[in-house]
Design a binder for this molecule. Structure first.
Ligand code: CP
Ligand code: NVA
Length: 318
């Protein structure tokens, strides 16, 4: 059984196929391909933290494929009264075809996967955000036409969940991932595994940005890190803020700006950069939907086309 807790176990070819499949699903969305493919399936969406994109994209993806998403807030489950994760996983996996969860501790997902009888998907943990990385690379492929050799400069926390998944997928797909972080926030081998050796580590954000095709940042204070807010802002600001002056370091005009959202405008990025012609953040957010669909079809129907056009049925079959 396949779980997606992180992209570590997946080959670049598999990740690349999911990305291509997503872009095909996007292209054909108007004719609603596979609208009955998951009929009869229900999908559990368990959230310990807030969400806009992840909850909405997974819910709509399920609905557009004929499945029913069921949303569970942690504080409405017996988990909050101490029911063990392993019991919740064993019970919910008898009802649902797939358990997807956004958790504080990655260990919660590992335990869920150990006890679940159906696939478990990480909707963001303190360590990884694999579905975000799939949408990120789908966006890069869409905007730049390729992934291999593309230079991505991530400015910010080198231990951030979004960065970790970006770096892991990037290493497998042949992207060149750079990161510029202040002391104490550099990437770590314990989170990146083999991908660590592929990441180009910088202290100076301007150096990291030189010639980049993609400029990426995420919040300096993630969900669950609120108590460290002052310390973190002192470490990152003002040097690591992506603003129009810093972007001059890129030295060319055909780069794109990416952010997983939600953004803290005025902290990691300025409003004018987010709203600039370089910014692709809303296409990136939309791509969460198309990648979510590809992931559901991959996990529940074992669909993973190699030829991107061969998978859409002829119109008469729809
Ligand atoms: N990018 C992302 O995961 O957004 P949400 O927190 O709104 O789900
Ligand atoms: N790093 C952020 C990502 C939010 C989508 C967080 O964990 O809060």
């Amino acid at each position: 059984m396949n779980h997606i807790l992180s992209l570590h176990p997946y080959a670049g070819e598999t990740i690349g196929s999911i990305i291509d499949f997503s872009l095909t699903l996007k292209q054909y969305r108007r004719i609603m391909p596979f609208r009955e493919a998951l009929r009869g399936h229900t999908i559990a969406l368990i959230f310990e933290k807030p969400s806009t994109r992840t909850r909405a994209s997974m819910s709509v993806a399920a609905a557009e494929l004929g499945a029913t998403p069921i949303y569970y807030r942690r504080d409405e489950l017996q988990l909050v009264r101490g029911e063990p994760v392993k019991d919740v996983a064993r019970v919910l996996s008898r009802y649902h075809s797939l358990l997807a969860a956004r958790v504080y501790s990655h260990d919660t997902l590992v335990e869920m996967a150990e006890y679940s009888s159906v696939p478990v998907v990480n909707l963001l943990s303190d360590k990884y955000h694999p579905l975000q990385a799939l949408a990120d690379y789908a966006t890069i492929k869409e905007k730049k036409g390729r992934i291999k050799g593309i230079v991505i400069a991530f400015i910010g926390d080198g231990r951030d969940n979004v960065f970790n998944s970006l770096a892991i997928a990037g290493a497998k797909l042949g992207a060149r991932v750079r990161v510029a972080s202040p002391p104490g926030y550099e990437p770590t081998p314990s989170l990146l595994g083999e991908a660590y050796g592929h990441v180009e580590v910088y202290r100076d954000p301007c150096e990291a940005l030189k010639g980049a095709d993609v400029v990426y940042t995420d919040v300096f204070v993630s969900m669950g890190q609120e108590e460290e807010r002052e310390k973190r802002l002192r470490a990152f600001l003002p040097r690591y803020q992506v603003n129009s002056r810093l972007l001059e370091c890129v030295g060319k005009d055909d780069f794109i700006f990416m952010h997983c959202l939600p953004a803290h405008r005025g902290e990691e990025v300025t409003d004018d950069v987010l709203e600039s012609r370089y910014s692709v953040v809303f296409d990136q957010a939309e791509n969460r939907l198309h990648t979510a669909k590809a992931v559901l079809l991959f996990l529940l129907k074992n669909m993973l086309p190699r030829q991107k056009d061969s998978i859409i049925p002829a119109p008469r079959e729809l």
